[in-house]
Design a protein around this ligand. Structure first.
Ligand SMILES: NC(=O)C1=CN([C@@H]2O[C@H](COP(=O)(O)OP(=O)(O)OC[C@H]3O[C@@H](n4cnc5c(N)ncnc54)[C@H](OP(=O)(O)O)[C@@H]3O)[C@@H](O)[C@H]2O)C=CC1
Ligand SMILES: CC(=O)C(=O)O
Ligand SMILES: [Mg+2]
Length: 761
């Protein structure tokens, strides 16, 4: 069943250096705190701080529920640890746990718009830890305990649940149990098993394992069929070594003493222990169509590749995002807390957990709509052995799981605020999802489905080499590095980069057998533009942009990326000598600005200095086409300083004219103008012009000239906190992207991915 595809699938992976760079880049770490109110004037200060702040203080003192109205409490969760069980890495202490806790906080925000802060508490003493957390209660709407080892975690959680009046949820226990149970329900259905007779072995008897087997027993598993193992082997009745009351509660009557013995003939094995804990023989000895959840992080008990070598009838899941069937608590905690916070639940009870299990399990069985299909590696997933659980980037999670959790909280009386219209709530939830991840994810996934050969023209540059490696590691295709052998080798050695790996090709223009063909090609294009054969020979031999563009033009590569060592217009001129515009198209640059809650395309940010009305109409068409290719239905605004003729002035004339040209062309997308950026982007401002033909705020902005395009996108980036990708080149016959001068490796990878994406099917 599962095995075959795993080998064929290109596995995404990251290098250790990439992981360190990611964390240190820019502001170290993964989080920052930004104010939600402008603090610009004396008045702001008087309201936010003394004297104004005294008013909500008194209101909260009189009625504690007012804290949800006047402070961050209602949307704020603390991720708290003492670092005693960091992933599967063991007890590495509170400080070392910080990257994981910051990571959880970021995921809360990204996936469910829950604000979250990590707190690392430096004690292994249970009482001290409990006391530390209990007194923090007023600050938060919920407490997510994380990576605290068993058995202390059981005492800590149950005591805090008793004392505190907000949800206290140890994610390694219940989050993991919820996701594992959902995946298991689906895997059982696929293999035609029932809860009562299925034989299950769980390796690991800590936080995650105990919670998992408690939940699955509560759902109907026969306790006699569930064997728990730890470092000492099977937990059988009468065992004394390495025991505690939580393990004892699950001790079984059994003659088995080792994991190896227990796994013989087992239907299901859950790994919540450590890397490499399952051997090939153990997997071989399981029943037909076994269900194997190897959930240890970051490395599973056994890898899907190893299982595939042993048998092809297994349903296989891991905790990692780079294999199919990721059983990881990231699918749960953001959404479970979202639902709990929104009804101000006093706790997360069993009914809420089971509601989350059911919602997750049924989501995987539903047909996957188009916009969701893009979030998946490979083809559109269909419920089956390779797809038993949704992926973390599934945009339906945010509108499905919190609703189920909130409903269960209300039904069981732990909600302190009612949501009357759950359908409306579900729609609101969809809008809370951050679009950045969705947009870039969609693009990357499409490329992974159809990997490409991309030539990196500036292959001698260190950041370009790093980008090429990342491109390959992410399964986006083959990276061709263009460069001379000696400098390339020297830079790679100095930077500690190993280029000798599958997926990386090095091409030296000076000794390439293709020089002659490229020269002929270039000469045929340039001979009537003042170039001699020798000039063309020199361009091909010595200029990387010309060589790379010829590679793409003659089909030796699918796409090209350049730009880090030259200014944009020079690089574009080089490329244009070798590649024409697509017939009927105009070459323009489009920037993608991703800002809280919305994505807009801005054009032309690269090519036309002061476009004519005709050119503006072309730009609108090209940008609208790109919007569609990226999955957005375009609503194009032609921007000016005036809106529909006011104030009057000839500067807006070209834009008005462009709208008329688009009218004549009968284009098949929404457009209107001229209008100011405020009208284009603000629904209330747009309502003041009821005749405006846009059905909603614009998502494609056509700028009147290159300077306004460049100034506004740069201001968005610097002041508005937007992520700006591009300019992306569109309209060329072959796919080329030009990164910004001095671009970093991550920007270059983005451009390479866009180039690969535009290279099409
Ligand atoms: N995919 C997911 O979403 C999640 C995965 N996990 C993973 O589960 C694992 C355990 O985490 P957690 O429960 O929080 O940690 P704990 O420290 O609470 O528990 C660890 C348990 O694993 C057992 N163990 C360790 N090594 C082995 C081994 N080689 N064979 C058998 N048992 C072993 C320990 O045995 P003993 O009692 O004898 O010491 C202990 O019972 C980690 O790898 C973690 O990454 C955790 C949460 C979520
Ligand atoms: C995923 C997670 O929480 C863990 O491995 O500990
Ligand atoms: Mg954890």
């Amino acid at each position: 069943m599962a095995g075959k595809d795993h080998n064929e699938r290109s596995k995404t992976s990251v290098t250790e250096q990439e992981a360190l760079d990611f964390h240190s880049k820019g502001r170290p770490g993964k989080l920052e705190i930004t104010p939600t109110k402008a603090m610009a004037t004396q008045r702001d200060l008087s309201l936010a701080y003394s004297p104004g702040v005294a008013v909500p203080v008194k209101a909260i003192a009189a009625n504690p529920a007012m804290a949800y109205e006047y402070t961050t409490r209602g949307n704020m969760v603390a991720v708290i640890t003492n670092g005693t069980a960091i992933l599967g890495l063991g007890n590495l202490g509170a400080l070392a746990a910080k990257p994981v806790m910051e990571g959880k906080s970021v995921l809360f925000k990204r996936f469910a718009d829950v604000d979250s802060i990590d707190l690392e508490v430096d004690t292994e003493n249970v009482e001290e830890f409990i006391n530390c957390v209990r007194y923090l209660g007023p600050s938060f709407g919920g407490i997510n305990l994380e990576d605290i080892k068993a058995p202390e975690c059981f005492i800590i959680e149950s005591r805090l649940r008793e004392i505190m009046d907000i949800p206290v949820f140890h994610d390694d226990q219940h989050g993991t149990a919820i996701i594992a149970a959902a995946g298991l329900l689906n895997a059982l259905e696929l293999t035609g098993r029932d809860l009562k007779s299925t034989k299950l072995v769980c390796n690991g008897a800590g936080a995650a394992a105990i919670a998992c087997i408690e939940l699955i027993k509560a759902m109907g598993f026969n306790p006699a069929n569930v064997i728990l193992c730890d470092t000492k082997g099977v937990i059988y009745q009468g065992r004394t070594e390495g025991m505690n009351q939580w393990k004892s509660a699950h001790a079984v009557k059994s003659d088995h003493r080792t994991l190896e013995e227990a796994m013989k003939g087992a239907d299901v094995v859950l790994g919540l222990s450590q890397k490499g804990a399952f051997s090939a023989d153990m997997i071989r000895s399981m029943a037909a169509n076994p269900i194997i959840f190897a959930m240890a992080n970051p490395d599973p008990e056994i890898t899907p590749e190893e299982v595939a070598e042993i048998r092809d009838d297994a349903i296989m899941a891991t905790g990692r995002s780079d294999y199919p069937n990721q059983v990881n608590n990231v699918l749960g905690f953001p959404y479970i807390f979202r639902g709990a916070l929104d009804v101000r639940a006093s706790q997360i009870n069993d009914a809420m957990k089971i509601a989350a299990v059911r919602a997750l399990a049924s989501l995987a069985r539903e047909d996957v709509p188009d916009d969701v299909a893009a979030a998946y590696q490979g083809n559109r997933p269909r419920f089956g052995p390779e797809y038993i659980i949704p992926v973390p980037f599934d945009p339906r999670l945010i509108s499905a799981i919190p609703v189920a959790v909130a409903r269960a909280a209300m039904e069981t009386g732990v909600a302190r605020k009612a949501i009357d219209d759950l359908d409306a709530y579900s729609r609101e939830l969809s809008a809370r999802r951050d679009p950045i991840a969705a947009t870039t994810q969609r693009l990357y996934e499409r490329v992974r489905q159809n990997p490409k050969r991309v030539v990196f023209a500036e292959g001698e540059e260190e950041q370009v080499m790093r980008a090429a490696i990342s491109f390959v590691n992410q399964g986006l295709g083959t990276a061709i590095l263009l460069g001379r052998d000696a400098p390339l080798k020297e830079t790679a050695e100095r930077a500690g980069i190993d280029l000798d790996r599958p997926g990386i090709e090095v091409v030296n223009a000076r000794v390439s057998t293709r020089v002659e063909a490229y020269t002929e090609y270039l000469y045929s294009r340039l001979q009537r533009k003042g170039y001699l054969l020798r000039d063309c020979q020199r361009l091909v031999n010595t200029d990387r942009n010309h060589f790379a563009a010829c590679m793409v033009a003659l089909g030796d590569a699918d796409a090209m990326v350049t730009g880090t060592t030259r200014n944009y217009s020079t690089a574009l001129e080089d490329v244009r000598r070798c590649i024409d515009p697509q017939p009927g198209h105009r070459v323009i640059g489009v920037s993608l600005a991703l800002t809280r809650g919305r994505t807009v395309l801005v054009a032309d940010t690269a090519v036309h200095d002061m476009p004519t009305a005709e050119e503006l109409a072309d730009i609108a068409e090209e940008a609208a086409g790109l919007a569609r290719r990226l999955g957005y239905e375009p609503r194009v605004a032609l921007l000016a300083y005036s809106t529909f003729g006011h104030p009057t002035g000839e500067r807006s004339e070209r834009l008005r004219e462009a709208v008329k040209i688009l009218d004549k062309r009968r284009v098949d997308f929404e457009y209107d103008g001229e209008m100011g950026a405020d009208v284009a982007l603000n629904a209330h401002r747009m309502e003041q012009y009821p005749f405006c033909r846009l059905s909603g705020t614009a998502n494609v902005l056509v700028m009147p000239a290159i300077h306004s395009a460049s100034i506004s996108t740069k201001m968005l980036q610097e002041l508005g906190g937007s992520t700006v990708i591009g300019p992306m080149l569109v309209g060329l016959e072959k796919s080329v992207q030009i990164a910004q001068y001095g671009a970093k490796d991550t920007d270059i990878v983005n451009m390479a991915a866009i180039a690969a994406y535009n290279a099409g099917e």
